[in-house]
Design a protein around this ligand. Structure first.
Ligand SMILES: Cc1cc2nc3c(=O)[nH]c(=O)nc-3n(C[C@H](O)[C@H](O)[C@H](O)COP(=O)(O)OP(=O)(O)OC[C@H]3O[C@@H](n4cnc5c(N)ncnc54)[C@H](O)[C@@H]3O)c2cc1C
Length: 420
């Protein structure tokens, strides 16, 4: 703590996709960046997710009917959504804030802000994937929403209409009898589908591994197994991070600690209402036939993603704290949920079973901007179910805010100030 921090130095806490994206745009500005992670960079929620980069996902979780669905799921152990009631005032406050926002008006308002950051992120991804030649399995095939029943088709058609009318997000409607021709992995007899052609997908771990390697080449220091244990402050600014590898200092700090960000809130002295929303995936060899499109099955709330040499099913949203178990029943449920739709719901050999804790905010918007009360700290966290999709614009916005430039999209809706 004796020397002054290096001029232009920034420490990013958290080496998930969001922290890596922040590091990328901060180095574009010529800053000297260190990323620290208590585990391996890219090893937490950014590892085994479905990998959709999906500007079609403009509707927030806070929608009318979300609370009814949550209450119904309390009685159904197989529901993809699950809450384990526990004595956590922070969790109940979170649910209260969430419930208040489940109105049509709030849904549309949040959707406007999500659309701005989703679109920006997609154009940044397209630019980066081409310019940096990041090997991440990027494919621009769109995202296919497949419906089993005519009721499901009708309900989804209403959602699609809303997306088109309010947000200009349009899909190609495909009738059930055309589906086997579109993708031979789909079973005959399905009701239909909507293809959002502007979406893309990638292999999450390939993105984070190769991005981290690129950042190292650019001079970014990535310190793994380095955990922030305490934050040292002086006069409204952070002066150092006490870690298991000693005290680290920089001029500025970015907190991108995903689902764990709330644990640093006390140290930072501001409110960061993030709850871990646990999801699971199972990765197998490619089934035969393997879907050619990444697919979501809204009626069963499960997603399937084809990769060049593997295949993944992912789903579930559990509010169970930081429970790190992977129940065999949940993995079996992923396969069973895909079975009504796919000729072969999963590949012969299992490669990996995985869980991740999504950083969930009560208003479905990420938290990006200056930490209240601290002159040299920015938060870049709370990306809910869309951290892969939102990472690039988050990095860009963080660099702009840190430099004091005017942001390329309205940053106010994402400000941490909204929760103080
Ligand atoms: C089943 C599932 C499917 C999903 N599918 C998609 C999808 O298709 N598309 C999409 O856009 N999103 C998807 N998501 C959401 C996405 O995975 C997350 O939003 C995203 O990974 C969050 O990234 P992050 O960098 O904020 O967090 P993380 O990747 O969790 O990174 C946070 C990092 O901070 C580190 N850290 C925490 N505390 C400390 C500390 N005190 N000191 C040092 N380091 C610390 C952690 O070790 C961790 O590596 C999915 C999630 C799940 C669970």
């Amino acid at each position: 703590m004796s020397t002054d921090p290096e001029p232009g130095s920034v420490i990013v806490v958290g080496g998930g996709v969001v922290g890596l994206a922040c590091a990328h745009y901060l180095t574009d500005d010529g800053l000297s960046v260190t990323v620290i992670d208590r585990g391996a960079a890219g090893g937490a929620c950014s590892a085994g997710n479905c990998g959709y980069i999906c500007p079609s996902h403009v509707l927030p979780l806070t929608e009318p009917g979300a609370i009814r669905m949550a209450l119904k799921s309390l009685l159904n152990p197989r529901a993809p959504f699950r809450v384990r009631p526990r004595l956590s005032p922070a969790m109940w406050r979170w649910f209260w804030q969430f419930a208040r926002r489940c109105t049509h008006r709030q849904m549309l308002a949040a959707g406007v802000h999500l659309k701005a950051i989703l679109d920006s992120s997609m154009s940044e991804y397209r630019r980066l994937v081409a310019a940096e030649q990041l090997a991440c399995g990027w494919e621009s095939r769109g995202l296919l929403y497949v419906l089993l029943t005519s009721h499901g088709m009708q309900e989804f058609a209403a959602t699609d209409r809303l997306l088109t009318e309010h947000f200009g997000v349009a899909a190609r409607r495909i009738e059930g009898d055309q589906l086997p021709e579109l993708d031979a992995a789909l079973r005959p007899g399905l009701a239909g589908a909507f293809l959002y052609e502007d979406d893309a997908h990638l292999r999450p771990a390939a993105l984070t591994t190769n991005w981290a390697a690129r950042l190292r080449e650019r001079g970014v220091q990535i310190r793994e197994q380095c955990e922030v244990e305490a934050i040292v402050k002086d006069g409204g600014a952070v002066t150092g991070l006490r870690t298991n590898q000693g005290v680290l200092r920089a001029e500025r700090y970015v907190i991108a600690a995903g689902a764990w960000s709330a644990q640093l809130a006390g140290e930072l002295g501001c409110r960061i209402p993030i709850e871990p929303g646990k999801g699971y995936s199972v990765t197998t060899t490619r089934p035969e036939p393997c879907p050619t499109y990444p697919i979501l099955f809204p009626e069963h709330r499960v997603g399937a993603t084809p990769f060049a040499d593997a295949y993944r099913l992912g789903s579930m949203m559990e509010f169970v704290g930081f429970d790190d178990s992977i129940p065999a029943a949940r993995i079996a449920q992923l396969r069973e949920s895909a079975a009504p739709y796919l000729v072969t719901p999963s590949g012969e050999q299992e490669i990996d079973r995985w869980y991740g804790w999504r950083p969930m905010t009560p208003d479905s918007l990420p938290i990006i901007g200056p930490a209240p009360g601290l002159a040299n700290v920015l938060l870049a966290t709370g990306h809910n179910m869309l951290g892969m999709s939102l990472a690039t614009a988050t990095g860009k916005l963080t660099a702009e805010l840190l430099a004091g430039r005017s942001p390329h999209i309205d940053a106010a809706p994402f400000s941490p100030q909204r929760f103080q």
